[in-house]
Design a protein around this ligand. Sequence first.
Ligand SMILES: [Zn+2]
Length: 133
Amino acid sequence: MKEFNGTSFYEYLDESKLMGSRCESCNALYVPPRPLCPSCHGDAMVWEEMSGEGQLMAFTTVHIAPTAMIEAGYGRDNPYCVGIVELAEGPAISAQIVGMDPAKPKSIEIGARLQATYVERGDRSFLGFEPAA
Ligand SMILES: [Zn+2]
């Protein structure tokens, strides 16, 4: 198991693992993980691997992309979707939504079942979600 620090979550993504932290005192679950529990202020946190299954709660299409996404080829002429996904385990996380057509936002349904995927950009993996098979 990796140390609890700011980079470990991303190191796990490089291994295609979506990890959260579970508080052993009050059982609260956080994704991305937190080293301290905001609920009970305890620090007895343990890693927990998520199933990667979730449901789309909200999304937006991004036309004005941040630098990293422009370098990845996105922008005004090639928009992408970012969504809030409620994981099967409970927590919600924001991530890129792939495999849906950002040019046709009406084709994207709130409540759609999604599955985590790992999007490679540069030499890193980033969390994304795609429609569940
Ligand atoms: Zn707690």
